[in-house]
Design a protein around this ligand. Sequence first.
Ligand SMILES: *Cc1c(COP(=O)(O)O)cnc(C)c1O
Length: 435
Amino acid sequence: MKYISTRLQEETNIKTAILKGLADDGGLFMPEYIPKLDSQFFENLPNLSLQEIGFTVASEFLGESISDENLKQIIDEVLNFEIPAVKITENIYSLELFHGPTMAFKDVGARFMARMMSYFSEGKPMKVIAATSGDTGSAVASGFFGVPEIEVYILYPKGKVSPLQEKQLTTWGGNIKALEINGTFDDCQALAKQILSDEELNRKFTLSSANSINIARLIPQTFYYFWAFAQLQKFGKPIVFSVPSGNFGNLTAGLFARKMGLPVHQFIASTNENNVVPKFLETGNYESKPSKQTISNAMDVGNPSNFERMKSLFNNDISDFRKEIVSYSFSDEETKNIMRKVKKEFNYTLDPHGAVAYLGLETLRQAQSDKEGEDFVGILLETAHPAKFVEVVEDVLNEKIVIPEKLEAFNKKEKQSVEFPVDFELVKQFLMEEK
Ligand SMILES: *Cc1c(COP(=O)(O)O)cnc(C)c1O
């Protein structure tokens, strides 16, 4: 399988696509086609474990670049936690993607990416650059922590991540360094792109990126769509996924799964007030905007990087786009209200991101309520444990929530970061002085 940049100027193999992250032409790598899984796989799906699904799906994308044995081992290591589909109501399930080490869904993608990069780099020294609006950084850090010969630099917006998120970014030490940028997430993302394309830095170091643009993040995120489908298809109803979206990596992975043959009835791209994609579907114009701060801050993205991948999946055809996804945007007020309602009526605690996804399901159901036979099972992707956003959740629900031991451990450690203004030259100077 070849991997081709979304800007079409570069073609390579999976190893290079993973090690580079971003293509030289500034595009994102895509498989040259989305492989189809055979009917036998789908018939057998309900009997497969998450790891078995992961192995079959990943093999399609990785081909001969890795032995079955090595791939099996990596997948077993990456997915060493549960991803349960928890019932909230008669026809709404929460796919809890947050049972990994940092308690956010990004653990899935970041752990797989770290292991694939380490496998393909064959022990050569490398610097990994990651811009984060919160959860990516900690998942990436956790995935790479202690990996020999790999140094990780995490750029995060000062004061715009939660206190616990900050602890999860800044307390690793060792091969993980936190760069605290006095700007927004978009500034961090722009700086990371500049670093990765800087000639001088590239002469001195082998650089790679680790945010949601790396294709190795997307591959494992397809696994759990098959997994959730396998568990809920028994109801014999159409299945709808609502994906709380920021950079749209998670949703793009879902679209991959559908192209591989998974009969998903509908995808909902649910966003907070950073509504570039819902606006695009409504008006046909894509207009990036500065990101707005909201209570679902991991989705505060004004120019979603995976939009290029979605465009390429849909051959740039808006009518295809509109067929494949619906997209809604919700305010913080609406998000808070649904968190209270779901807690009160169903005794389930949503985090602010999962709450946005829940709203997406409710909105679609209302839109379809006058159509007969449009009943569906809705699955919301619950992307973070509510304790990761303890300040917001406690404030909204007006009650204490229990912090799991895994998270409490971060709180007890000391923050270490280096602070920068939004100034590429200063960041570059710092990196040039690194060994
Ligand atoms: C990153 C993140 C999202 C958004 O995922 P994308 O793949 O960037 O769309 C949603 N929720 C949480 C908790 C996240 O960390």
